[in-house]
Design a protein around this ligand. Structure first.
Ligand code: HDD
Length: 667
């Protein structure tokens, strides 16, 4: 069912162009009766310049592309609604955070960072999570990532960092990868990146779904109440479904099987009515406590551990509508950290200060001039009235006889009053091009992250460092990185050094503090919207699998019948033909047939591969024979029998059986 129409949805009606039951025109509205042949002088003669339709059609095509985003070029968007749990008047004057009856329309764009617009979704990378709130007081954007820290502390380093991670300049290789020399050279020479790189090497960098990853505003911002009192705030998005990741080997295979994996997943969930939900949470720090931490709140390479400052949920966003046109909406949306409403303000974080310059600047180029805020997706739902004028693509017809302030001719309007007031923070200091000493600790929180990981998470981090540094050509760069890793933790440094065949350098003492909230093991779990392949064949006895399917679908899982041929299997409609399917596109597998499938290589490989990727595997009816053909060890996470529904569902909810010994499995 289409969700209730909000103010943004209604505003867009003016721009929607239904093309059903209409005849073709040119851009000037002139009817077109033939668009298959150009106008020529004679049947075999040259094309005539006077063919205005031909010229317009080609010109428009020639001009279709705009520059892709310099970072975060690949993305997917969705509309949603934000609902507040309780008024926050003691903290902020922002209207949308004070009235629980207000449903604020939102638009979210998820993205990868390094790759081009056409790169694969499931690369090892940070994910963008940018949200535009169309509030009654104007647009408010939280331009977040799925990691709570960043690579650098000062925005002046952003071009250096991006140049290092992007494909190398001489041959534009590799695409959407950090596994190359320039990136790791940057890391070894810029140790402030080490904490973020720990996140990048963890499975957080390969999320199972945009619907199953957290979002972080990263910087410390400020809430300001009606009395002008400020409180430091960090923004967090928490997915209601829980936080899950893929495994690396699976990622490599998904890139070929479905390069649109995350984009498709978001689109299909919304089409199905399984609307993704995220709680907006805040970490609040009273101004008096600014210096109570062993790091600087203005340093974007640091988290405030949740155990030190707990998360307070303040509302929920539900993504409930897909865009209708990718270019018009998702490509043209423009986010900006400086889009803030009264009651919210910045801090002096030097990364944030740089961002407040960069986003508007890049959009002037990308969207072709200063009127990009008039593009439908970017328009606020609150009125826009000011003396800004003209520029390319001005859509407004300003009727006023004046465009300056103060004026007497237009009664002094539009009048600047009762608007946004910047927080009256006291600042003084010498002009200085230096990094604060309070920003100089690069290891403590990288160690905290390592200490907080479960055993399997640590194993995956080591494997990721080995994969990445294994692609680095220069030995001195590998040695430089390893010298940092031993300082993060000797266990990490020694495992990576040994894998690379390098001597283990001297480390130093490290602390044992941990923040359990950082481990993905400690996130909510469930099976809603998880995709389960049910392997069947023509003659499969469907009765054996019916109860299991009903139990799983009853908890919101999606079961798809995969069979050697389209049509029917066991009397049930086949969802996907085996040769067009792959286990990497599913969260779990049920073998419902072994009688026919045990001799089908692709079916045997299907279960072997799922086993390798530590997924729950069920077998009902003759399905046991398929597992036998696959020679799977009788291991954890393999459920055989006709009464496995509860145990299998628990297994899917647990996501993976990370303790499974998979090295001997050939898949
Ligand atoms: Fe950025 C895009 C998130 C640091 C400059 N950034 C962009 C997007 C996200 C982020 C999610 C994509 C928005 C969209 O979907 O259109 N960026 C972050 C986070 C950062 C961060 C969480 C650190 C906390 N960014 C950062 C710095 C700078 C930029 C330090 C420059 C000084 N970011 C940009 C940009 C982009 C951008 C070049 C590219 C396209 C765009 O803005 O519209 O201006």
């Amino acid at each position: 069912m289409r969700p209730k129409r909000d103010a943004k949805d209604q505003q867009l009606d003016e721009f929607r162009v239904p093309l059903d039951d209409v005849t073709m025109t040119t851009d000037q509205g002139i009817p077109v009766d033939h668009t298959d042949d150009s106008l020529k002088a004679g049947m075999r003669g040259p094309t005539l310049l006077e063919d205005f339709h031909f010229r317009e059609k080609l010109t428009r095509f020639d001009h279709e592309r705009i520059p892709e985003r310099v970072v975060h070029a690949r993305g997917a968007g969705a509309y949603g609604v934000f609902e507040l749990y309780e008024p926050l008047g003691d903290l902020t004057a922002a209207e949308f955070l004070n009235d629980t009856s207000v449903k604020t329309p939102t638009f979210v764009r998820f993205s990868t960072v390094a790759g081009s617009r056409g790169s694969a979704d499931t690369v090892r990378d940070v994910r963008g999570f940018a949200t535009k709130f169309y509030t009654t007081q104007g647009n408010f954007d939280i331009v977040a990532n799925n990691f709570p820290v960043f690579f650098i502390q000062d925005g002046i380093k952003f071009p250096d960092f991006v140049h290092a991670v992007k494909p190398e300049p001489h041959n534009e290789i590799p695409q959407a990868q950090s596994a190359h020399d320039t990136f790791w050279d940057f890391v070894q020479l810029q140790p402030e990146s080490l904490h973020m790189v720990m996140w990048l090497m963890s499975d957080r960098a390969i999320p199972r779904s945009y619907r199953m990853m957290q979002g972080f505003g990263v910087h410390t911002f400020r809430l300001v109440n009606a009395q002008g009192k400020g409180t430091f705030v960090k923004w967090h998005w928490r997915p209601v479904l829980g936080t899950y990741s893929l495994v690396w080997d699976e990622v490599l295979r998904i890139q070929g099987n479905d390069p649109d994996y995350n984009r498709r997943d978001l689109w299909e969930a919304i089409e199905r009515g399984a609307y993704p939900e995220y709680e907006l949470c805040v970490q609040l720090v009273p101004e008096e406590r600014e210096h109570d931490f062993d790091f600087d709140l203005l340093d974007a390479t640091k988290i405030i551990p949740e155990e030190q400052v707990p998360l307070r949920p303040i509302g929920k966003m539900t993504l409930n509508r897909n865009p209708q046109n990718f270019f018009a909406e998702t490509e043209q949306v423009a986010f900006h950290t400086a889009n803030i409403v009264p009651g919210i303000d910045f801090t002096n974080d030097p990364l944030l200060q740089a961002r407040n310059f960069s986003y508007l600047d890049t959009q002037l180029l990308r969207l072709g001039g200063p009127n990009f805020s008039q593009i439908p997706i970017n328009r606020p739902v609150s009125p826009v009235r000011n003396d800004q004028r003209d520029g390319f693509h001005q859509h407004m017809i300003h009727e006023s006889r004046t465009s300056y302030e103060k004026n007497s001719i237009s009664g002094g309007c539009p009048a600047a009053m009762n608007g946004y007031r910047h927080y009256t923070e006291r600042v003084e200091g010498h002009k200085i091009r230096e990094r604060s000493p309070s920003f100089q600790d690069f290891y403590r929180q990288a160690t905290l992250f390592w200490n907080s990981m479960a055993g399997w998470e640590k194993g995956h981090i080591v494997a990721a460092y080995l994969f990445e540094l294994g692609h680095v050509e220069r030995k001195d760069i590998k040695e430089g990185v390893v010298a940092h890793l031993v300082k993060i933790h000797p266990d990490l440094g020694s495992q990576v050094a040994e894998g690379l065949g390098l001597p283990v350098p001297e480390g130093g003492p490290v602390h044992a503090n941990a923040s359990p909230a950082l481990s993905m093991t400690n996130q909510p779990r469930g099976i809603a919207t998880r995709r389960i392949a049910v392997l069947m064949a023509d003659g499969t006895d469907a009765a054996a699998v019916t109860a299991l399917r009903q139990a799983l679908e009853g908890q919101g899982a999606i079961c798809e019948i995969v069979a050697p041929a389209e049509g029917q299997a066991g009397g049930l409609p086949v969802d996907r033909q085996l040769s067009a399917a792959s286990s990497v596109l599913y969260d779990a597998v049920v073998a419902a047939d072994g009688a026919a499938l045990a001799s089908v290589g692709r079916a045997v490989f299907f279960v072997q591969e799922a086993f390798k990727h530590q997924k729950a595997i069920g077998a009902v009816g003759t399905g046991r024979q398929l597992l036998e053909a696959a020679r799977l060890p009788n291991d954890v996470g393999v459920f055989v029998g006709d009464d496995i529904a509860d145990a299998f569902a628990d297994g899917v909810a647990g996501h993976r059986f990370y303790d499974r010994d998979i090295f001997a499995v050939p898949a």
